[in-house]
Structures are given as structure tokens and as C-alpha cells.
Design a binder for this molecule. Structure first.
Ligand code: M6R
Length: 590
């Protein structure tokens, strides 16, 4: 939610920040703005809409101190006034997160001290508070401001009288890019990756004072901290489309490689060494959205093959009820971004209760990865399309890795490892030989879609429905095939396509019966199967054949056609595939 990029160096930072904002657009794209320092003045330029709209307002501006922001609205509708940066006398700030006590602060600043607010945002109080405390010492005023605000924030601030940028992080990510005579601050490294791969991830309650020739990290009390400079392992190509029309399509097509990267090196050492597996009695998986569906797949795998109870929780629900947690539970957070606020808070709650925690996270150095302190990195590379694809399939690999770690049967482990090694080639052949576009074309105008499956593929049906609705805006529902007769069957008619996953396993005949029920009500059937037989041929209007893989990996091969159906329908219907309306890639607000 919201992206920040700031530059302090010797070059003109305006084009650098604008290019960076474009790369951060996946985090929010309803309005954007920059502030730049020119002599002892600050200039702010803002626009409603995408970065292109902002670019159109830039008229040769030049500055070597620039901050920029792309917004996903929380407080105040997306418009020019509510766009960041927000200003007070000689101060400009950009903010990602939510200032929870903004209303009382605003009231006090307005009524007691006569501050005039321009926007409806929670963020504007930050700028006025810095001004309120400012008596010539920018750093001191900034720190005093921090003592007043509650909530989550990544903040970067400028003051017209200081050749400095001051930043702080609590709950929303900020990373420093350390270049040659230049320093960047951003929500993630993508906007400065073509300038430097040297980074310092800020931890909770850390701030940085950036000067033209140095930077100093401090805690919120002002004590200096030394932090290691890390090197980003991926290159600029991983954040470019590389000839694909959309990031989502690129990311779908990367899955043979990303899966390999996820299990490589982890077969022997799955990075969970500090958890004593003998000690935990139950696994609790907490996640949101697509990651939640991956967690459900994990439950099927672990309970069936290792017989350890697994509880799967929507992180947003888990936090606000009274979860029955015990110190013998291993609580695992699953998250692509590693920044989802609800998942992060769920882990904090689990830690308070004394549970062991671990993360399955894609983004290195992210808040959830840091909070968990141990776990499995997905190594799927940056996922930029707002619809999660490759992270889901890597999460299923990671859950299998966790299962191998706790499973005691050497034969089972050997078999899984044998099969996992075959997967990348099987996925490659699926991606190369699929012909899903004509099917998407046929159903692109459907008013409603049903996705149905049983057992381990039931969560995949829900994921297929989520993919379609979030990028094409066609209502869709994922349902356990056996539950259809208890309600959704009322929706079936000759206009409604049902996507069935029919894997050749013990419940195959049951799914076939459910297809019969749809057929006899004239519903259309798209069948994703790993073997065609006469019944499938008779019942299905369209058939997509996927490779035969071990039961644990069937969700991976079955989800790929669903990702492609959603992608092609959205693209054909002219939707913005990578940046669907109302969504943002990482939900750092609750
Ligand atoms: O980064 P996370 O995995 O924690 O994100 C969770 C959800 O916000 C995310 O999966 C969301 O549902 C995607 N838009 C799904 O495509």
C-alpha cells in the first residue's frame, strides 16, 4: 500500500524518482507526487491517477534532493489534494501506513495552534508536527514528531533549510540503497536497482539521517546504530517485463524456474534448524488472500501424510478473536510480500503467547521475515503483478518442504524428493503446450463463473475464482464440488461456465458425478484433468490436460491453467491486468 522512493545525491533526482515511482506503481496507483529541494525552497508537484499523469506536469525541474510517493488511498479519496507529499511551512513528507491517532492530533493542531489542513489524510499531521517542533534542528523536530504519532509508518521528510532527508520506519518497510555518492530510500529495492544493489533494510523503530556525503542510522531515541550493508541477489531483469505484455504473464511463465529456486538447496537444509520439531504438537498457518489458499493446501498435505493437526487461519480473523494457541504450536506466517499487516500482527500475537514462529516469505528482509526470524524464503524473485501467481506455487513447494522436515518416514521423503525434481520440466511442458486462449475467448463474456474441486484441489478452485474476479471483475466462486448441491447449483444454467479440477485419484468418480449434476442442468464445463477418459469427453465442453504429478503437487499443475484463463479473459476484456482497480500489491494496512 503506497510506494516511497527518495533520492539524495549529485545527479538530478527528478527523473530517477519518477522512474522509481513507475516501478512502485504496483503498490498503489490512484495518485502520485514528488517534492524537490531547490536552494532554500521546496517545490511539490502532485497528480491524481498514474505516474504518467504526474510526469505530464514535470517541466524541466532539477534537484538532487527529491522525495516521491505513489498512493493507495486509505483516508481521503484519491485526488490531487490528498496525494502525497504533504506539506507544512518549509516541510514536505511522504508516508506509507496509517497514523491511528491522526484525528486527535489534527484537532489539537487546528484548534490550539491554528494549523490549516489541506487534505483529508491521516498523513498531513506528520508535516505539521515537524513544523510545530522545529526550532532550527530538523532531526530533533522529526524525533519529537515520532513521539506523538501512533500507528504504522514509513516516512521520509525534507526541510527547506537542510540538505538532508530524514526517514523513519515502524510497521511499513523502508530500505536504503547505498550508491556512489548517492543514497536512495524506498519501500522496496526495485526503484533503485539500476543504480545500486547495496542495501540496508531498516528494522522496526529505526530512523536514518541522510546527508550528501553520509548516512547515519539511529534508534528513535537518537542512539547511533551500525547496520550491515547487504547485496541484492536478483538483477534488474527480474523487475522488467522482458518482452511479455504483462508482468502477470511473465510471472506465470516463470513458474518452472521459480519452483526450482524454491526447493533448491532446501532439500537437505530447509532453514528451520532452530525449531525443535519434536516439541511442537500442532501447526497453525496464518495468511491472507492467495497465501491463505496455499496454506489450506498445506493442511491437506501435512495432515494426510504426517498426521500432525494443522489449523489454517485468515490472519485478519485470527487476530481479533480469542485464538486457542499453546506454546507447543508452531505458527507459520505465509506471505509473498512479507508486509501484510494482518499476517504480521498474527505472528506478533503468537510470539506473545510463546509459540514458535516461522515464515514462508518471498521478499527478503521484509517485516514478516524479520519478525519470524526463521523459516523458508520462497526465492520466487520479485512478483510485480498484483495478482499473485508464482508465489502461490512456490508456497506449495515450501509447505511440502516443511512437511518433509517433520515427516518421519524416510521412504515417503525419498519419493517426494524424487517427484519434486521432475516438476520443473513438467511445468515447462505444461506452459509450452497449453492452448488456453481460445477457451478464454469462448467464455470471456460469461456473467458468472464457478470453480469446483475436491480434496487438496478445493483450495485451488478458490484460488482460481480469486484470480478471475480480481483481474477481470467477473463474479466467481470457488466451491468444494460436493457442496454444490447445497446451494450454488441454483446458479447453474446454460450461460454459466463451471471449471472442474478432475485429478485421477480416489475421489475421481465423485467429481465426475458432480460434473453430471452440472451437465444435466445445461451448465458449461471446463475440465482440468490429468487424463482424458470417456466420461470426461462426454461431459466437458472444454478440456485442459495437465501433467500427472504426485498428489501433493497437483495444486501446482492445476492452478496454472486457471491463472491463464483469468489472465486471458482480463486481457481480452481490456482490463488492467497488472494493476486491477481498488487493489494494491502489499496490504500494509489492516
Ligand atoms: O503478500 P501476501 O502474500 O501476504 O498477500 C496476501 C494477499 O493480499 C494477496 O495474496 C492477494 O490476495 C492477491 N491480490 C491475490 O492475488
Amino acid at each position: 500500500m503506497c510506494g516511497i522512493i527518495a533520492y539524495l545525491g549529485q545527479k538530478n533526482g527528478v527523473p530517477i524518482v519518477l522512474k522509481g515511482l513507475k516501478r512502485l506503481e504496483y503498490r498503489g496507483y490512484d495518485s502520485a507526487g514528488i517534492a524537490l529541494k531547490q536552494e532554500n525552497n521546496l517545490k511539490t508537484i502532485k497528480a491524481k491517477g498514474k505516474i504518467e499523469q504526474l510526469k505530464a506536469l514535470i517541466n524541466g525541474e532539477n534537484s538532487n534532493i527529491v522525495i516521491g510517493h505513489t498512493r493507495w488511498a486509505t483516508h481521503g479519496e484519491p485526488n490531487h489534494i490528498n496525494a502525497h507529499p504533504h506539506t507544512s511551512e518549509g516541510i514536505a513528507i511522504v508516508h506509507n501506513g496509517i497514523i491511528e491517532n491522526h484525528a486527535s492530533l489534527r484537532k489539537e493542531l487546528e484548534h490550539k495552534y491554528n494549523y490549516k489542513f489541506q487534505s483529508q489524510t491521516d498523513s498531513e499531521v506528520i508535516a505539521h508536527l515537524i513544523d510545530f517542533f522545529y526550532d532550527g534542528d530538523f532531526e530533533d523536530a522529526f524525533r519529537k514528531m515520532l513521539t506523538k504519532i501512533d500507528g504504522a509508518f514509513g516516512i521520509v521528510a525534507l526541510h527547506k533549510n537542510h540538505n538532508q532527508m530524514i526517514c523513519a520506519r515502524k510497521g511499513s518497510p523502508l530500505v536504503l540503497g547505498i550508491g556512489e555518492n548517492e543514497t536512495f530510500v524506498a519501500s522496496d529495492p526495485s526503484p533503485f536497482l539500476d543504480h545500486t544493489k547495496n542495501v540496508v533494510y531498516l528494522d522496526e523503530k529505526q530512523m536514518v539521517i541522510i546527508n550528501p556525503d553520509s548516512y547515519q542510522i539511529k534508534d528513535f531515541n537518537g542512539y547511533n546504530l551500525e547496520k550491515e550493508v547487504e547485496k541484492i541477489s536478483y538483477g534488474i531483469e527480474s523487475i522488467q517485463k522482458q518482452g511479455y505484455k504483462h508482468f502477470m504473464l511473465k510471472e506465470i511463465n516463470e513458474q518452472n524456474e521459480t519452483i526450482k529456486n524454491c526447493f533448491r538447496g532446501k532439500i537437505k537444509d530447509i532453514e528451520m534448524v532452530s525449531i525443535k520439531k519434536e516439541n511442537f504438537q500442532r501447526i497453525v498457518l496464518v495468511a491472507c488472500g492467495t497465501s491463505y489458499y496455499a496454506a489450506l493446501v498445506g493442511k491437506y498435505i501435512i495432515e494426510k501424510t504426517t498426521h500432525l493437526p494443522v489449523l489454517v487461519e485468515h490472519a485478519s480473523e485470527f487476530r481479533y478473536r480469542q485464538p486457542m494457541l499453546y506454546p507447543t504450536d508452531l505458527v507459520v506466517a505465509i506471505s509473498q510480500s512479507g508486509e501484510t499487516a494482518d499476517t504480521l500482527e498474527a505472528i506478533r500475537l503468537a510470539k506473545k503467547i510463546g509459540c514458535s514462529t516461522a515464515g514462508m516469505v518471498n521478499v527478503t528482509g521484509s517485516s514478516i521475515a524479520k519478525e519470524c526470524g526463521q523459516g523458508i524464503y520462497l526465492h520466487a524473485g520479485p512478483e510485480i503483478g498484483v495478482a499473485s501467481t508464482k508465489a502461490f506455487t512456490s508456497q506449495i513447494i515450501a509447505l511440502n518442504m516443511l512437511n518433509l522436515y517433520i515427516n518421519k518416514d524416510p521412504y515417503y521423503k525419498m519419493k517426494v524428493i524424487e517427484e519434486i525434481k521432475k516438476l520443473p520440466d513438467q511445468i515447462k511442458s505444461l506452459l509450452e503446450n497449453q492452448n488456453i486462449k481460445p477457451i478464454a475467448e469462448k467464455y470471456r463474456n460469461a456473467k458468472y463463473f464457478l470453480f469446483m474441486a475436491r480434496d487438496i484441489n478445493y483450495p485451488v478452485a478458490m484460488e482460481g475464482a480469486l484470480k478471475l474476479k480480481e483481474i477481470s471483475y467477473i463474479p466467481a466462486e470457488g466451491y468444494p464440488a460436493g457442496e454444490m448441491k447445497h446451494g450454488p447449483i441454483a446458479l447453474i444454467d446454460s450461460e454459466v461456465p463451471s471449471v472442474f479440477i478432475v485429478t485421477k485419484d480416489s475421489i475421481f468418480p465423485k467429481v465426475i458425478s458432480n460434473m453430471e449434476e452440472v451437465k444435466s442442468r445445461k451448465g458449461k464445463i471446463i475440465c482440468i484433468c490429468d487424463e482424458i477418459n470417456e466420461e470426461i469427453q462426454r461431459l466437458a465442453d472444454d478440456i485442459i490436460v495437465v501433467p500427472q504429478v504426485k498428489w501433493e503437487f497437483t495444486p501446482i499443475v492445476n492452478v496454472i491453467p486457471m491463472q491463464l484463463i483469468a489472465y486471458h479473459i482480463a486481457d481480452m476484456n481490456g482490463k488492467n491486468v497488472d494493476q486491477p482497480k481498488n487493489l494494491a500489491k502489499s496490504c500494509t494496512v489492516e
